[in-house]
Design a protein around this ligand. Structure first.
Ligand SMILES: Nc1nc2c(ncn2[C@@H]2O[C@H](COP(=O)(O)OP(=O)(O)OP(=O)(O)O)[C@@H](O)[C@H]2O)c(=O)[nH]1
Length: 844
């Protein structure tokens, strides 16, 4: 609020209460009454838009005639008018030939009065009748006595601002940093007080000043321009306490607060005198001793104007070395630095209390909150997905914040809001680990479920792999998203996208792995089919050796191979296999089908199989005639030439088995590369072009040939024997003799009722046996019984023979029938042994 102008006459006619009190006081001397009138007369004019009109000058005219300027207003904005005003005041072109002085002190301690008296400035002076703040913000006015810029600063500790010390800190720091001389204005009775003498404020300001403007390097040697003179002006000095005592107290206080400053580490050893010079002045009571006051003011003014004096205040070392035309910019810069400095944002008592209580309340609710969240922490850490975790967390948060709001909202609103935010951030931070844990667990569980879904899906009949994978993946993703959204707390910056991306990667790799397995399974099935399809044609072809044999085999192989590849490609579409995967699978399939063929051929060209084939071919040629009828060798037949022909023709087929050799080489398949799992080291034959098509080595051919020849020879011998036996059969006339000689016996039997009945029974039995088709089995049983009886009888005979003395043995051996029977028994035994050995060899 700016003061309303009042003339001296008005004031004297209607003096304000304070003025009236002084005037009415009987102790007031005439001089004092006169001084009161003078004070009233010099009340300053009103201020408009930061620029006051030119006041009445108490001690001469204003330096520029352009009044004063509010350089920082109540809203802490720095004026843009400083340079134009410096120009108007005639100071802009002064270079370094100017000085800056400012004042610091409690509100209404006569700062403006002192400045007006010292420099002839026109700052507002308090209206005694209202007793309220006069100077708001920071004002500047040129001195009437020399090129001095004088700054009047809003007083500290004013009731208008109450606990808000923000502006007084900023303005004090600004004054300290931008001026050469800082006048600390204080009543004599304030000396020795801590807050009363603004020591707390000075301490803060010194501290920040040191941090902000203290400079770097060697703190013990500050640059001259960094120094500032602090001039203590002790007001209303009555003289009871000697000046030396007052100055000593102030010096001690200053040293004390300097020592207690928390200095930047590089300025830890900096002393007060490195940055500040202290000076002192006293002024008597302005109202009670006006003349003396004026004299002292005059004397003090000389310290600002008389360069010859030793106590001249504007020493070059205090000058900031800023040319006058840069002062506007420089001061604005300092103000901006001061404004943005956070160190000055010190809390008020109310704020301190709020901080303390809010911290306490915050700690209490956090403790309860942590205890609640502990229940789920273990399961989450153990990898479990806690159902409804999001709702639980929201509930804990609401409870904690509700309690905090109820108790803390009664305190300083700003602090409460700040602390609430801190609390919320802390609680969110504590919950974020649960959030992340839950996401990880969801991820883990969903990947496991996905694997199971695929396994289950691929077990179903006629499953579509791509469908199984897509459905499983979509379900897992959806479940994860539902869980993640549920556990995310509103108002947090928590994200689940990263975990979702990891889940997608895992699902894909599982699907890829399963697809690879499925493809392998499919290739295995196709391989089995190939084997089955090759089995019969190859066996048939190789059992009927001819020059066309390999053509048939290879054509079949080619066809089966093409079918297999086509079958794979058709099925692979459903698996979403890539081109690369398809190529790899086809290569593997080719290698396997080739190996299947090769193995089958190896099996079909084993010694025993080839021998069997040759034997049957030989038998066909030797034992059957051209029309396929079994031959009964007669004495007139040419067994030798038939045998030789059949043997040679059969042997000529043997080289066909030696290697896969079609009539046209174009039928030979291209050899595939073996699979990576195939042990090529231990079995290189199937994939080596020089051996892959060879089935029998020359040595083997020779061995088979010789074995075959032996067998063929045996067949020849048998044929010969059969011819002899056919020659040795009973002649027909023998049957005629038998009938003639046995006629009587037959009639006897026919006409005897007993024999006839027996014949009838036997005939009927024979008929029934024939009708039921039991003749064969019965005959077999009879044969078996006969042979068994014969074998037992022979064994018994042999045992009995062994036990006989040697001479009797010899006798029996000379008996033809008995010796034959015994020899037959022995031969049978040997033959059996030989057959066994033969069978074993064939098996091998
Ligand atoms: N006792 C006493 N009163 C004084 C003295 N100087 C000024 N006053 C009175 O103190 C009152 C305040 O004076 P101002 O000059 O406005 O004080 P200020 O410190 O500038 O006030 P703000 O700018 O509001 O902080 C006025 O009524 C002056 O008459 C002094 O030396 N002694």
């Amino acid at each position: 609020m700016n003061q309303t102008p009042e003339t001296a006459s008005n004031l004297l006619a209607n003096p304000p209460p304070e003025l009236q009190r002084i005037l009415d006081d009987p102790r007031t001397t005439d001089e004092a009454r006169q001084a009161v009138k003078e004070v009233s007369v010099v009340s300053p004019p009103p201020v408009q838009n930061g620029l006051a009109s030119t006041p009445k000058e108490p001690n001469g005219t204003n330096h520029s005639g352009e009044g004063r300027l509010q350089i920082v207003n109540e809203h802490q904005e720095f004026t843009k008018q400083l340079s134009p005003y410096l120009d108007k005041w005639g100071l802009l072109d002064k270079g370094f030939a100017y000085d800056v002085v400012s004042v610091f002190g409690s509100q209404s301690t006569g700062k403006s009065t002192l400045l007006n008296r010292l420099f002839g400035t026109t700052f507002d002076v308090m209206d005694e009748s209202k007793r309220q703040q006069t100077t708001k913000g920071i004002w500047m006015c040129p001195s009437t006595y020399g090129n001095t810029l004088v700054m009047d600063v809003e007083g500290t500790d004013g009731r208008e601002r109450g606990e808000d010390q923000d502006f007084e800190r900023k303005s004090a720091l600004f004054s300290l940093a931008s001026t050469e001389v800082l006048i600390v204005n204080l009543w004599e009775h304030q000396i020795g007080l801590y807050n009363g003498a603004n020591m707390g404020l000075l301490k803060t300001v010194f501290e920040v000043n040191l941090g902000l403007f203290g400079g770097g390097g060697d703190s013990s040697k500050p640059k001259p321009q960094e120094k500032t003179l602090i001039l203590f002006v002790i007001r209303d000095h009555v003289g009871a306490t000697p000046v030396s005592n007052l100055t000593a107290t102030l010096t001690q206080d200053m040293e004390k607060i300097w020592a207690s400053l928390s200095k930047p580490s590089h300025l830890a050893d900096a002393t007060l005198s490195s940055y500040f010079d202290l000076s002192f002045a006293t002024l008597p009571h302005k109202i009670l001793m006006p003349e003396k006051f004026e004299d002292e003011v005059l004397e003090l003014r000389r310290r600002f104007t008389d360069r010859s004096r030793s106590d001249y205040v504007f020493q070059p070392s205090y000058h900031k070395r800023i040319p006058a035309d840069g002062v506007g910019f420089y001061m604005e810069g300092i103000w901006q630095q001061v404004l943005t400095n956070k160190d000055l944002d010190l809390p008020t008592q109310q704020e301190l209390l709020a901080q303390f209580r809010c911290d306490e309340l915050s700690a209490a609710v956090t403790e309860i909150f942590l205890a609640s969240s502990k229940i789920v922490r273990k399961p989450v850490e153990a990898g479990q997905v806690v159902e409804g975790l999001g709702a639980l967390m929201k509930d804990w948060l609401d409870t904690a914040l509700g309690k905090f709001d109820r108790d803390a909202s009664r305190y300083h609103a700003g602090v409460y809001q700040r602390k609430r935010l801190d609390l919320l951030t802390g609680l969110h931070a504590s919950l974020s680990s649960l959030f992340l844990g839950q996401l990880k667990n969801l991820h883990k569980i969903e990947t496991a479920k996905f694997s199971k879904d695929i396994v289950r899906g691929t077990k179903e009949v006629g499953y579509d792999f791509a469908k199984v994978v897509n459905e499983g993946s979509d379900n897992a993703r959806q479940r994860f998203l539902d869980g993640a959204k549920e556990v995310k707390i509103d108002g947090t910056d928590w994200e689940y996208e990263h975990e979702l991306a990891l889940l997608d990667e895992d699902l894909k790799s599982i699907a890829d792995r399963c697809r690879a397995d499925e493809t392998k399974k499919m290739v295995n099935t196709i391989e089995r089919n190939v084997k089955r399809q090759l089995l019969e044609p190859v066996e048939v072809a190789l059992s009927q050796p001819s020059v066309e044999m390999w053509n048939i085999v290879l054509k079949t192989y080619k066809q089966v191979n093409e079918d297999a590849e086509q079958s794979y490609l058709t099925k692979a579409k459903a698996y979403n296999c890539s081109e690369e995967e398809n190529n790899a699978a086809l290569l593997s399939l080719r290698a396997r089908t080739w190996l299947s063929l090769r193995r089958k051929l190896e099996e079909q060209t084993s010694d025993a199989t080839i021998l069997a084939t040759l034997r049957s071919t030989f038998e066909e040629k030797f034992r059957y005639d051209e029309s396929g009828v079994p031959r009964v060798w007669k004495p007139e037949d040419d067994i030798e030439s038939a045998f030789t022909k059949a043997k040679e023709e059969t042997l000529s087929l043997l080289p066909i088995f030696a290697s896969i050799s079609p009539t046209s080489s174009s039928l030979l398949p291209t050899l595939p590369s073996p699979e990576s799992t195939f042990d090529i080291e231990s079995d290189p034959i199937p994939f080596d072009p020089s051996t892959a098509f060879v089935l029998l080595s020359p040595t083997k051919i020779l061995s088979i040939e010789s074995r075959f020849k032996r067998e063929a020879d045996a067949a020849y011998v048998e044929a010969k024997r059969s011819m002899v036996s056919s020659v040795a059969q009973i002649p027909l006339w023998m049957y005629g003799i038998l009938i003639v000689l046995g006629w009587n016996e037959a009639m006897t039997v026919l006409f005897n009722p007993l024999y006839f009945a027996m014949i009838l029974v036997l005939g009927a039995s024979g008929y029934i046996i024939l009708q039921l088709g039991l003749a064969g089995p019965l005959l077999q049983i009879c044969k078996t019984v006969f042979y068994e009886v014969k074998r037992i009888a022979t064994d018994k005979l042999r045992e009995a023979f062994k036990e006989l003395p040697e001479n009797q043995k010899q006798q029996i051996l000379n008996t033809p029938y008995l010796s034959n029977t015994l020899n037959d028994g022995l031969k049978n035994e040997e033959r059996k042994k030989g057959d066994l050995i033969n069978e074993k060899m064939i098996e091998k």
